[in-house]
Design a protein around this ligand. Structure first.
Ligand code: AN0
Ligand code: CP
Length: 316
């Protein structure tokens, strides 16, 4: 594997899920694989889970890890081709990425969308430039449009918990939030679950449709109660509007997940990528209750990252 930026980069999804489950049982079995290999992790935004689980995954494989908060600790980066750099940017991504490519064997990068200009965000310019100029395998740690390590961990979690003998019904439901949030987690979740063997339903208020490219294999409805009926898994996530790009269109009254709403489901397990706003996106009673899988999801981030890094190390 040369890059991990979307489900498109995965040759066989079931095999990768099985690899993650195998690594969960045998985390140190491939300790030799990463010997004298270096993983660089570059953050332009905050992170708790992605930062720690990906480091842990690399350490389990015997790799060295270097982490840099590029937005705070690096020079201001120029990304425009042909720029006359007489302003605030100090170095071009061409040099910065190439230099990191010299120091590392694999590079992970986190860079959120700015949510100002849809075409700019959805062109994934920064991620593409890292792929082009670093010259080494690149792992997305959440880019402008996707969060593939999260989705892989979510699919591993669902695989562990799903009922036997039938397809699970998985519902992605929009939830309220206090600020404008990227579409990444929702886009990726729809894209990955659409490739897996399950019934996927997405529900959100008017105006929150995700881009069609991600939702092709899903049923989409603005009726949350209808969507929740008989669900085995409920995945809760806020996102800002794609069509009215980056805007918050409603305070989402009535969309917060509660035990009352969960009663409509088939005793559904509840998922969220975290960080979560308690009693805004979902209630305390759910997060502190028996049906929550949020800690299992966070734990599986390690084995998702480890499966991806293992594939990349094997191909070096
Ligand atoms: C980010 C998002 O939804 O993209 C990161 C989630 C992993 N969440 C927030 O900004 C709260
Ligand atoms: N779920 C997730 O990616 O969390 P962090 O933003 O803390 O890494």
């Amino acid at each position: 594997m040369k890059k991990f930026t979307s489900v498109q980069d995965v040759a066989n999804l079931q095999e990768l899920v099985n690899e993650a489950l195998h690594l969960k049982q045998n985390p140190y079995k491939y300790k030799h694989l990463g010997e004298n290999k270096t993983l660089g992790l570059i953050f332009l935004n905050p992170s708790l889970r992605t930062r720690l689980s990906t480091q842990k995954a690399a350490l389990n494989l015997g790799m060295n890890v270097m982490v840099m908060n590029l937005d705070k600790e690096g020079w201001a980066l120029e990304t425009q081709e042909g720029a006359i750099m007489n302003g605030n940017t100090v170095e071009h991504i061409k040099e910065a990425a190439a230099v990191m490519g010299e120091y590392c064997d694999i590079l992970g990068i986190r860079s959120f969308p700015k949510l100002q200009n849809r075409d700019e965000d959805y062109s994934e310019q920064l991620l593409q430039q890292f792929i082009q100029y670093a010259g080494i395998p690149i792992v997305s740690l959440e880019s402008a449009t996707r969060h593939p390590l999260q989705s892989l961990a979510d699919l591993v979690t669902i695989t562990e918990q799903k009922p036997t003998g039938r397809k699970p019904k998985v519902v992605l439901t929009w939830a309220p939030h206090v600020k404008a949030i990227p579409q990444c987690v929702a886009n990726s979740f729809a894209e990955w679950m659409g490739q897996a063997d399950m019934e996927l339903v997405i529900t959100h208020p008017e105006g929150y449709d995700l881009a069609d490219e991600f939702t092709q294999n899903a049923t989409v409805t603005t009726n949350q109660d209808e969507a929740l009926k008989d669900a085995d898994f409920v995945y809760i996530k806020n996102w800002s509007s794609y069509n009215d790009y980056g805007k918050v269109l409603t305070d989402g009254e009535g969309w917060m997940m509660t035990n009352e709403k969960l009663a409509l489901t088939n005793k559904a397990k509840v998922m969220h990528c975290l960080p979560v706003r308690r009693n805004v996106e979902l209630s305390d009673e759910i997060l502190d209750g028996q049906n929550s899988l949020v800690l299992q999801q966070a734990n599986n981030r390690t084995y998702a990252a480890q499966a991806v890094l293992k594939r990349m190390l094997e191909a070096l």
